[in-house]
Design a binder for this molecule. Sequence first.
Ligand SMILES: O=P(O)(O)O[C@H]1O[C@H](CO)[C@@H](O)[C@H]1O
Ligand code: HPA
Length: 325
Amino acid sequence: MAPINANDINDAKAFVPAKKALPEVDTEGSNGNGITSKGYSYETLLEIANFLLSRVSDKPHIGIICGSGMGSLAETISDAVKISYEDIPNFPVSTVEGHHGQLVFGKICGVPVVAMQGRFHYFEGYPLWKCCLPVRVMKLIGIKTLIVTNAAGGLNPNYKVGDIMIVKDHINMMGFSGNNPLHGPNDERFGPRFPPMSKAYNLEYRKIAKEIAKELNIDDIVREGVYTCLGGPNFETVAELNMLKMVGVDSVGMSTVHEVITARHCDLKVFALSLITNECVTSYDIIGEANHEEVLDVGRMRQDVLRQFVSRLVDRITQLDANNP
Ligand SMILES: O=P(O)(O)O[C@H]1O[C@H](CO)[C@@H](O)[C@H]1O
Ligand code: HPA
């Protein structure tokens, strides 16, 4: 029998090479499940933070994580200084299409910010603590607030593609099986062993976001709901989505939850939004299937609105926090 080669598997045309060399999976200290108790020490993260601070003139006040296809959020940043993840010692690299792989420092509405144009996902092979390493680094370089954006499937039947969902809460599905970014020894310099999560998504910020939606005349597409993160990389089955719907999930993705847990652990204030990029397939009668190209397309379609929304948020959050230090 002739030996098989890569082209025999699926259609050769459908084969897209990985964007970057795949990262090595960190198995050191692992329980064999990809869950590791080994994280970088406080000192190593401090070294990364100092490396970054040596490259910029202003300490950022706000960090922004750009979701899939939403990297253009960073294009509103003036006086931009861009630092590729590959040039940052001990930093992971982005391997997913739609995630640039760089930090952008500069200003939005005069406020010093840093944006991650590209985040790290569990399905890329990174343990959760490593996906969230940049959150701790951003904390060390001075941010007080984290704005997290993601692309997500809309599970709530009232949601439409292109809607923006303000995240009011999450369900940590991966955490139910013990996979948590805070798994392992706790360094009190970041935060407590048992951090509360009942007020993870800042209520004042959510109020401001709803006001901004009215001002921009987009309140008809702005929703508020519950997000969940699954490990990916496959999109969900019909049965899985129906189960998630039953437990009160409104939008589904593969990120954000662990970043928010890490951010709250180190006392950052958090605002998060989902861009609804596809309708979740909750019936076997639906013909369409979720795909990453559509996710990126919807990100592009909504880029102007998102840029305005996030710029105003940065401005108003800064005013709010200046009045309530
Ligand atoms: O959560 P972000 O990074 O926005 O990306 C979402 O979009 C990708 C799937 O298309 C997954 O990575 C999912 O998590
Ligand atoms: O439908 C989805 N499921 C999981 N992650 C996603 N990211 C964008 N859309 C989706």
